[in-house]
Write a protein that binds this ligand. Structure first.
Ligand SMILES: *Cc1c(COP(=O)(O)O)cnc(C)c1O
Length: 337
């Protein structure tokens, strides 16, 4: 949550290091030790000689945290999605996906060759209608916590819909891990180690036969170099801290709640608070005023979000202090006045 730009220090309210673990001395020490022991790079694909044992250790922890039988680590969350979706489903099958699903889920869906049907954001009736006429195997894709809006998917209802249609549910938990840890009924759960885990890499958790299949079939796993050992060690240590100190996630969520109450916004469901400002130029000018006051909140514009919904995407982390949160709210009120 500290950021430096043009040799000036800022308090960042727009990064995804939600638990402030990227700079945690314990995480840094684990990465340093791994660099000495295993080197800075993996040297090859995991299927050749790049499968440093830290991969297995990280996978065991991820599967345990998610309460699923097995896990596979990928080079990034993006690579996890573009590799997993086409490995599971193909021509003659159907993908149903929430319209606000991340770009890499859309990319994976396109690569699969399956028919893609997009339902309106969190609209169960729309999803049900599309499922009614679907062909082949059905895969339903959504996010647990939506990256640009911070709201949650109706996972129990989607899981029930999947059961009715013998479909699979796969969720992207990029913004949930360590922060919004509600039970997740999805069969396949992917996510990233680059946000609350403060490191880098992606993962997919699910039934052991599916995970085994990914190891031979996911092209973005087979044909790319394994993650650097220091990155794996950092992720393992960060997950250990995340599990031992649930107060970190609670603290970040407390900041988001406090900010919303100061601004008269509805209570947030996560640590992502969108302030939708409409026109691109308006969002840019409010962002510039905040920057002048020492707060970094980058404006998010089309095509990342729909036309006319340019926004400040404000994110809170465990490393913020109450004074930071109050300072941001004051600066924002002044900028909007
Ligand atoms: C960031 C993000 C990803 C990609 O993760 P990386 O590890 O950064 O590639 C995937 N899905 C969602 C929802 C994200 O926000």
């Amino acid at each position: 949550m500290q950021a430096r730009r043009h040799s000036r220090d800022f308090i960042s309210f727009c990064d995804n290091d939600y638990l402030s673990l990227a700079f945690d001395p314990r995480v840094i020490a684990a990465a340093t030790k791994a660099a000495r022991e295993w080197g800075c790079g993996a040297g090859a694909s995991r299927l050749v000689t790049g499968d440093c044992p830290l991969n297995g250790k990280l996978e065991t922890r991820l599967a345990e945290m998610k309460g699923l039988p097995a896990a596979r680590v990928f080079g990034s969350g993006y690579l996890a999605n573009v590799g997993t979706i086409p490995a599971l489903i193909g021509r003659g099958d159907t993908i149903l996906m929430d319209e606000l699903s991340h770009a890499c889920m859309h990319a994976g869906a396109r690569l699969s060759g399956a028919e893609i049907r997009i339902f309106r954001h969190n609209d169960l009736d729309h999803a049900r209608a599309l499922a009614g006429t679907a062909h082949g195997q059905i895969l339903v894709l959504t996010e647990t916590v939506f990256s640009m809006d911070g709201d949650l998917a109706p996972l129990e209802a989607l899981a029930a819909l999947c059961e009715e249609h013998e479909a699979w549910l796969m969720t992207d938990d990029a913004h949930g891990l360590g922060v919004v840890t509600d039970d997740n009924p999805a069969h396949l759960q992917m996510g990233t180690l680059s946000k609350a885990a403060g490191a880098y890499g992606g993962y997919v958790c699910g039934p052991a036969p599916v995970i085994d299949l990914l190891t031979s079939r996911a092209r973005s796993l087979v044909y790319t170099t394994g993650l650097p050992p220091p990155v794996l060690a950092a992720a393992i240590k960060a997950l250990e801290i995340m599990q031992a100190e649930p107060e970190l996630g609670l603290r970040a969520r407390g900041h988001a709640k406090r900010f919303c109450s100061l601004m008269g916004l509805p209570e947030p469901s996560s640590v992502i608070v969108p302030m939708i400002l409409g026109a691109e130029a308006h969002a840019m000018s409010i962002s510039a005023e905040l920057e002048a006051a020492g707060y970094l909140v980058t404006a998010i514009r089309p095509p990342t979000v729909p036309e006319g919904t340019s926004r400040l995407r404000i994110t809170f982390s465990a490393g913020h202090s109450e004074a930071h949160v109050e300072g941001l709210a004051d600066a924002l009120k002044r900028a909007l006045a």
